[in-house]
Design a protein around this ligand. Structure first.
Ligand code: PRP
Length: 193
């Protein structure tokens, strides 16, 4: 069996037939998170960190990053809804769930699964900065630079991906596929493409 066929075999049977290819395997994700956690530990040595996960896509990145960190860290979440179509955001963002914690004078690391146009993150960063944290930085597992509409400082990037529709490891299509351990592309017929 070829390596790509073996990777497809590891996916749950119910989703396998809809997947075109495994773009980023679970092993590559784990290695990248090891690397990023190491960089964060060095950068924040002697400090405490608040990870702010952006629901829902970031759930696995937050969980897998949090347990790799050596620096003391805690976790909070925000949920936002961007007004747009199913696959693009408009930049008009509504907060559905705000942070539980105050962030004044704290070191905040916003954790995203993907930055696409950047409009969601642009809004979030402005909002968080207005609360006077000691610092705000961003980690995103994926970035699609070709889709960017606003220039954003993303301090920690996992992988740059081309402008293809990706799901898995937190990323969904119509709430499906989030639980896949790998990041995959779907066959066009799976998303009406
Ligand atoms: C995704 C992703 C980012 C945003 C990026 O969330 O998690 O928050 O879109 O897009 P942008 O850079 O074009 O603004 P989504 O709205 O799909 O919600 P979800 O995480 O709950 O799936």
């Amino acid at each position: 069996m070829s390596e790509s066929a073996e990777m497809l075999e590891r996916l749950p049977a119910a989703y396998r037939s809809q997947v075109e290819e495994v773009l980023i395997s679970r092993e590559r994700i784990a290695e990248k998170l090891d690397e990023l956690a190491g960089a964060i530990d060095r950068d924040y040595a002697g400090e405490e960190l608040l990870l702010v996960g952006v629901l829902k896509g970031a759930i696995f990145v937050v969980a897998d990053l949090h347990r790799r960190l050596g620096v003391p860290s805690s976790v909070d979440f925000m949920a936002v809804s961007s007004y747009g179509s199913a696959t693009t955001s408009s930049g008009v963002v509504r907060i559905l769930k705000d942070l539980d914690a105050e962030i004044e004078d704290r070191h905040v690391l916003v954790v995203e699964d993907i930055v696409d146009s950047g409009l969601t993150l642009d809004y979030l960063l402005k909002n968080l900065r207005s609360r006077r944290p000691a610092s705000v930085e961003v980690l995103s597992l994926l970035t699609k630079p070709s889709r960017r509409e606003v220039d954003l400082p993303i301090r920690y990037v996992g992988f740059e991906v081309p402008d293809v529709f990706v799901v898995g490891y937190g990323l969904d299509f119509a709430e499906h596929y989030r639980g896949l351990s790998d990041i995959v592309t779907l066959k066009p017929e799976a998303y009406g493409g």
